[in-house]
Design a binder for this molecule. Structure first.
Ligand SMILES: [Zn+2]
Ligand SMILES: [Zn+2]
Ligand SMILES: [Zn+2]
Length: 109
């Protein structure tokens, strides 16, 4: 761990320190999502389903300014609306998994 402003804890079945998990572990699977229900970061919705004792709740569009996406490479928190508008980290340039777009409904709106 290199020093960022603060360490963000990522819950769930992570397999490395860039937020890859047992479900999604390719080169570009480097984001974790904060869940609106518990305020915890998980690498994916399956991690939340297995680890949390409650139903996952999504972020309504009027809260998309919330920094609820974590770049696993540089550990910067990104606003949901910024994440949805890009395919790479605005801070370090790491490429994000474009296929995640198909899973948006698990997290947002
Ligand atoms: Zn939750
Ligand atoms: Zn997972
Ligand atoms: Zn980054």
């Amino acid at each position: 761990m290199s020093g960022g402003a603060h360490a963000v804890r990522v819950f769930g079945a992570t397999v490395d320190d860039e937020t890859r998990c047992v479900h999604y572990r390719t080169e570009v699977d480097v984001v974790a999502m904060k869940f609106a229900c518990c305020g915890r970061y998980y690498p994916c919705h399956l991690c939340h389903a297995e680890d949390a004792d409650h139903e996952g709740r999504t972020w309504p569009p009027d809260q998309w300014a919330e920094p609820a996406v974590l770049c696993g490479v540089c550990k910067r928190e990104i606003a949901i609306e910024d994440y949805l508008a890009t395919t790479s980290c605005p801070s370090c340039g790491a490429l994000f998994n474009e296929r995640c777009a198909a899973h948006r409904h698990f997290y947002f709106g």
